[in-house]
Design a protein around this ligand. Structure first.
Ligand code: NAD
Length: 485
């Protein structure tokens, strides 16, 4: 029997409060299928309270009038506190989301790194002077955009939450964070940590709830100034339309069908390791998962052999036991993935390994699926075009660079691409032709890549998170023009 945690409250205006209608939602541990915690479930009225609290913070001396350097100091303290509580946060993330403990530990360190990185820039958000000629002084100021709304998914809760919250706070915005109802626990802990670190009341509010109620109330709220949405394309489109009604700018971090392109001349052992990690990390529930392997025909058999050996050796288990792969987030998502595997079979794909639930009775209560390789896939099959969001790799072969680049780009998505080759000319030529927001050569993901701008081409979204690039979303430029003399 899993230990059930106490009921968790919303964090609004610096206080822990129940939902206005007393409603709750149960959070399920996907490793066991049992209830992990019961949370206050934010209503539209709670979201409205949270936006009002954020607005009040913006207008307060404590937050709106704070020195930029002091904002930075608070963010450094948050980074420090996350590291102090790292193990507790990682265990909670693994129970809530199911991911292996070492992945949760990495996620928590990356979350701390976001606060540290943006702490350092809080007092370096500068404008320009623009030369208009004699008798004029013209300068720009980058002001905080205001109340920033964040709707995040369940797959990397603390990492993605921090990825948006840290730059928004560094820029001087006040934030309302709506975590996914599937995995909201570490977002609430983050809300507690920021209060302990002296962030003024209302500068960060955390309102777990359902998408259709709390999410929609936040996206359509007339008093938010900016929205960062991370999630699926379908919901992203709905959310963008809601925000458009109030002329609210949106950062859209959506899905992907990212290719790993492996040439014959690559270090195939390193490529196999990179490709396996890119698809099986977090059980394939990663926006930037390398879910298409495009492999040069001459390297196909060896790559498939190496990948199959890796997949077969992976140990499945509850996240807190630190297996090689944890469960899928929910029964519904597990069934969706199984349907895709069936679609692949019907389309003519060959299941090299996996494709079914493990028969270990100890895993019976959880939502486990074996790591799966689908070979003989053609790029126009649904399993090569649609985001499956599970541990399923679709393998497509190519003959040369031209065909590889064409296949890579024949996708509605354009989030990340990996290129594996020992030939620098080939690597650079491929990188220049691929239409995606990030390209990696002989690596994939770079351990979180806090410093690197991240975001999509095409239906993978627009706007950029991470790196200095993210600050553009949380600031607005004011130009001041003065005639003198
Ligand atoms: P989702 O779109 O179902 O939900 C994302 C968030 O939106 C959740 O908080 C949810 O409660 C909320 N939501 C749902 N319906 C809503 C509505 N009508 N109005 C407002 N909010 C609503 O996505 P998910 O299943 O949580 O996450 C998986 C998806 O997220 C995948 O497509 C994945 O690729 C994408 N993702 C993208 C990135 C990225 O950075 N590009 C990162 C992680 C995940």
């Amino acid at each position: 029997m899993a230990q059930t945690l106490a009921v968790e409250k919303l964090i609004i205006g610096g206080e822990r409060v129940p939902a206005s209608d007393g409603g709750t939602l149960d959070v399920v541990d996907p490793s066991t299928g049992q209830t992990l915690a019961t949370l206050a479930r934010a209503t539209a009225a709670d979201v409205d309270r949270a936006v009002k609290a954020a607005r009040a913070a913006m207008e307060s001396k404590a937050w709106g009038g704070i020195l930029p350097a002091e904002r930075g100091r608070i963010l450094f303290r948050i980074a420090h506190k996350i590291r102090e509580r790292a193990e507790e946060l990682a265990i909670l993330e693994s129970r809530d989301n199911g991911k292996p403990l070492r992945q949760s530990r990495t996620d928590v360190q990356v979350a701390a790194r976001y606060f540290e990185f943006y702490a350092g820039v809080a007092d370096k958000i500068m404008g320009q002077t623009i030369p208009l000629g004699p008798g004029f002084l013209d300068y720009t100021i980058r002001e905080p955009i205001g109340v920033s709304a964040h709707i995040v998914p369940w797959n990397y809760p603390i990492q993605i939450g921090s990825r948006g919250v840290a730059p928004a706070l560094a820029a001087g915005c006040a934030v309302v964070l709506k975590p996914s109802s599937e995995a909201p626990m570490t977002a609430l802990r983050l809300g507690e940590i920021v209060l302990e670190c002296g962030l003024p009341a209302g500068a960060l509010n955390v309102v777990p709830g359902t998408g259709s109620e709390a999410g929609a109330a936040l996206a359509s709220h007339p008093d938010i100034n900016q929205l960062t949405f991370t999630g699926s394309v379908d919901v992203g489109v709905q959310v963008a339309k809601m925000a458009a009604d109030n002329v609210v700018p949106v950062v859209m971090e959506l899905g992907g069908k990212s290719p790993n392109i492996v040439f014959f001349d690559a270090d195939l052992e390193a490529a196999a390791q990179g490709v396996a990690n890119a698809i099986f990390q977090n059980a394939g529930q990663t926006c930037s998962a390398g879910s298409r392997l495009l492999v040069e025909r001459r390297a196909h058999d060896e790559m498939v052999e190496r990948l199959a050996a890796r997949a077969k050796s992976m140990r499945l288990g509850p996240g807190v036991d630190d297996p090689d792969m944890g469960p899928i987030i929910s029964k519904r998502q597990l069934e969706t993935i199984e349907q895709y595997i069936q679609i692949g079979r019907e389309e003519g794909a060959h299941v090299v390994t996996g494709g079914r639930r493990p028969d270990d009775p100890r895993l019976g209560g959880g939502y486990f699926l074996e790591p799966t390789l689908l070979d003989r896939v053609s790029n126009d099959m649904r399993v090569a075009q649609e985001e499956i969001f599970g541990p399923v790799l679709s393998i497509v072969t190519f003959e040369d660079l031209d065909e590889a680049a064409a296949l890579a780009n024949r996708s509605d998505y354009g989030l990340v691409a990996g290129i594996w080759t020992r030939d620098i000319n080939k690597a650079l030529a491929a990188a220049s032709r691929i239409k995606s927001g990030q390209v990696y050569v002989n690596t994939y993901g770079a351990g979180g890549g806090v410093e690197l701008p991240f975001g999509g081409y095409k239906k993978s979204g627009y706007g950029r998170e991470k790196g200095l690039e993210a600050l553009a979303s949380y600031t607005q430029v004011k130009n001041v023009c003065i005639k003198f003399g």
